[in-house]
Design a protein around this ligand. Structure first.
Ligand code: NOJ
Length: 742
């Protein structure tokens, strides 16, 4: 091996050269060699059992997953380059989801920053760290629209909104892939899970989905289209099925939409064993049929299982799969390997200064944590706490000193010893002038028995304030970790009640991988900061926010329901023929016994709960006070192809400088299919000094008003459009404009 090579190649390979080189290589390969390139193997799962090295040497594997040691990866690359039939280097995949060694907030938390530039920087940090190990392909970003907080993988998503997810998806792709895939520190991204995985019924992971076609195109597909337009190198199919067809065999999605309409020329990889699972779904009778269905639908790479290896060659020989299908798949895989510069520089050697890189990574992680946290409540401006006046603080709860748990789901390579807990962050911020009494009281978030509750109550009575760190551990969200009840687990709500009774100011900081239902504690605390699972630098970020070094600036990327029974609950719902009106709401305890059945004049509400969410999409408080005024819409009328400019004045009427996320919502009130009550169409994060006012302008193109209607496809319908601008999805500064026929 010649480890003196290192990525990048001096110049990114040229597209035309690549095409020629790919064509020449494909022409030399046997059918078995080609099928080998379509296999993604991992240590220990090869079947028949053989080492990865032997499989690579024999040309039976073109990509590996879950090998993370640089030396091991270099050795596998050496075998591929020096000993495999055509010397083709390997794709080396890994789930680098929200950081590699340095962990950023979970993606849902990053989405709460509404800051594409920061999200891009975070993905870059992750890519650089992973690339230093020899990884060249991440299975991220996950861009499944998620409207169900029970679903464990909502943690990994960018929330419920189409526009926000699309913008952040592009930012992540840019961060991972850089300007050129061949640059050092660039890795190929993979948008997943195509498509509809987030709609798993009742939020149970892997469950079936029920997505009408118009909804699929208007809600679930646009983020993938954005990722494709942003140049994403690969897509992963979903485990789930869509109107009866598992995504891994969905030719309508993979061939017609992805390749046909969107001209995607990257690669499509199955999810883990999702090809043999086609038979478990009941679509195919056996592995052979499953391999044929997936290959014909357009899946180029099989992850973990080996149905392609066992059956594709026969399927080609018997005419069930065309040789052209295989050739096209291999050409795409080889093209990616050329674009990554792997033929020129297959080996990885770390050269830059790890310490300096680590510092930068930690700074990005801290900034991301700061901007991801959402201040949900701040009664009487309890926060920020004045550190000068805090002689004694009681820091309680199972997640106060939980450096590992705050990292969140999917952190295989995260360095827990570099994670700074909230307790450590607060201690560092306050120094020795404030006495801190720390008691977890509950051993874990799920514990039902208090430990040292009397000592905790005494500590609170003696303290200036109590800060409770509540929520759920990282293992309670993520893949296959859905919950049917999303209240604070264990005796945490009881703990809040006990502390509340002390009469001291109570701050709750919630660390969680999903929105929790907090209706039972929100009135029991004075302030509530939602920190998600904030990653390595969660502690310092929490301390900065609690003590006012920075103002909170995150906004919810997902609606917080009051109760599970309201789910699905999302801001961009349909109006229905009987939208909920407060004057029609009937309370369950007001209904007399044997009341006659009546529905006249009623509207869409539950008898036992308010129809509104606990916290709306886009909500997030600040230590500043932002006021929106003077909405201007110019011109009042536009034609297709034109833009309307929508601007407002944003004033900081508070006493502190802070960042605000101004949001633009639009409604198409009359259309040929019913349209959402509001849709996010723009946002801007701006810093405003106290007493200062800035004018913010959004440009909305007529094309942004298009929607999908089966069977016509994407259409633009003239008419009146309503507009709102403000700090959350209930923004009430309203106006309108007209879209006229060309
Ligand atoms: C299964 C998950 O669904 C997918 O997102 C992940 O990338 C693969 N496993 C590989 O770990």
């Amino acid at each position: 091996m010649d480890p003196s090579h290192q990525r990048p190649a001096a110049d990114p390979p040229k597209a035309l050269d690549i095409q020629d080189r790919v064509a020449a290589l494909v022409a030399r390969m046997s059918l078995d060699d080609k099928i080998g390139q379509m296999a993604l193997g991992q240590p220990g799962t090869a079947s028949p059992p053989e080492t990865l090295g032997d499989a690579i040497r024999g040309g039976r594997i073109g990509a590996v997953v879950n090998v993370v040691e640089r030396a091991a990866i270099n050795e596998l690359q050496r075998i591929a380059v020096e000993e495999s039939p055509h010397g083709i280097p390997l794709l080396v995949g890994r789930d680098v989801i929200h950081g590699f060694q340095t962990i950023l907030p979970i993606p849902l938390g990053q989405a709460a920053s509404w800051n594409p530039e920061l999200v891009r920087a975070g993905a870059r940090v992750a890519a650089e760290e992973a690339a230093r190990s020899g990884i060249n392909w991440t299975f991220a970003p996950m861009i499944d629209i998620s409207r169900d907080p029970r679903w464990g993988r909502i943690a990994e998503s960018l929330g419920e909104d189409v526009f926000l997810t699309g913008r952040l998806a592009m930012a992540m792709v840019e961060g991972f892939q850089g300007r050129s895939l061949a640059d050092a520190g660039s890795i190929a991204a993979c948008a997943k899970h195509f498509a509809g995985y987030g709609a798993a019924e009742s939020g149970r992971d892997y469950a079936t989905t029920n997505i009408p076609d118009n909804e699929l195109h208007n809600v679930y597909l646009p983020p993938f289209r954005a990722a494709v337009e942003g140049g994403v190198a690969s897509l992963m199919t979903s485990f789930s099925d869509l109107d009866g067809v598992p995504a891994t065999a969905h030719a309508g999605l993979l061939r017609d939409v992805l390749r046909g309409q969107w001209s995607f020329d990257g690669i499509v990889v199955s999810d883990w064993e999702s090809i043999p699972q086609l038979s478990v779904h009941g679509l195919t009778a056996n592995d052979r049929e499953a391999a044929i269905a997936a290959a014909n639908a357009g899946v180029e790479v099989e992850m973990a299982s080996a149905t392609y290896a066992r059956h594709l060659a026969d399927a080609v020989r018997s005419g069930r799969v065309d040789l052209e299908t295989i050739d096209a798949a291999v050409a795409r895989i080889l093209t990616l390997k050329f674009e990554l510069g792997l033929f020129e520089a297959p080996y990885t050697q770390a050269t830059d200064n790890p310490q300096a890189k680590r510092e930068t990574a930690l700074q990005v992680a801290r900034q991301a944590a700061l901007q991801s946290m959402v201040l949900l409540k701040n009664h009487n401006d309890l926060l920020p706490l004045d550190s000068q006046r805090m002689e004694r603080l009681a820091i309680l709860g199972p997640l106060a000193d939980a450096a590992y748990e705050q990292l969140g789901t999917w952190i295989f390579d995260g360095e827990a010893d570099r994670s700074v807990s909230a307790l450590a962050g607060i201690r560092a911020r306050l120094g020795s002038d404030t006495e801190i009494i720390h008691l977890p009281v509950l051993e874990t978030s799920r514990s039902r028995e208090f430990v040292d509750i009397d000592a905790a109550l005494a500590a609170v009575r003696a303290a200036d304030a109590a800060i409770l760190f509540l929520g759920e551990e990282s293992i309670l969200s993520g893949e296959a970790h859905s919950r049917a009840n999303i209240d604070l687990p264990g005796a945490q709500a009881k703990l809040v009640q006990r502390i509340r009774a002390s009469g001291k100011p109570v701050v709750a900081v919630i660390l969680a991988g999903r929105p929790l239902t907090l209706a039972n504690i929100v009135d029991q605390v004075d302030a509530m900061l939602y920190a998600w699972h904030p990653g390595s630098m969660g502690g310092p970020a929490i301390a900065d926010l609690l003590f006012g070094i920075e103002s909170p600036s995150g906004k919810l990327p997902v609606t917080f329901p009051r109760a599970v029974g309201q789910i699905p609950l999302y801001y961009n719902a349909k109006n229905t023929g009987k939208p909920p009106r407060p004057d029609t709401v009937t309370r369950i305890d007001e209904i007399p016994v044997q009341a006659p059945q009546t529905s006249l004049g009623m509207s869409a509400f539950h008898l036992d709960i308010d129809h509104t969410p606990l916290f709306a999409f886009g909500h997030g408080l600040s230590y500043a006070r932002f006021e929106y005024s003077d909405l201007r819409i110019r011109p009042p009328q536009i034609a297709p192809g034109e833009c309307v400019r929508i601007s407002v004045e944003l004033r900081n009427a508070g006493r502190r400088a802070a960042e605000e996320i101004a949001q633009l919502y639009v409604r198409d009130p009359v259309a040929s299919i019913t349209r959402p009550v509001r849709e996010l169409k723009g946002f801007q994060r701006v810093r405003v000094a106290p007493g200062q006012a800035v004018r913010i302008e959004f440009r909305l193109h007529a094309d942004d008003l298009r929607f999908y209607r089966r069977p016509s496809g994407w259409i633009l319908e003239p008419g009146r459009f309503q507009v709102w601008v403000g700090g959350d999805s209930n923004a009430d500064l309203a106006g309108e404009f007209q879209l006229i026929d060309a």
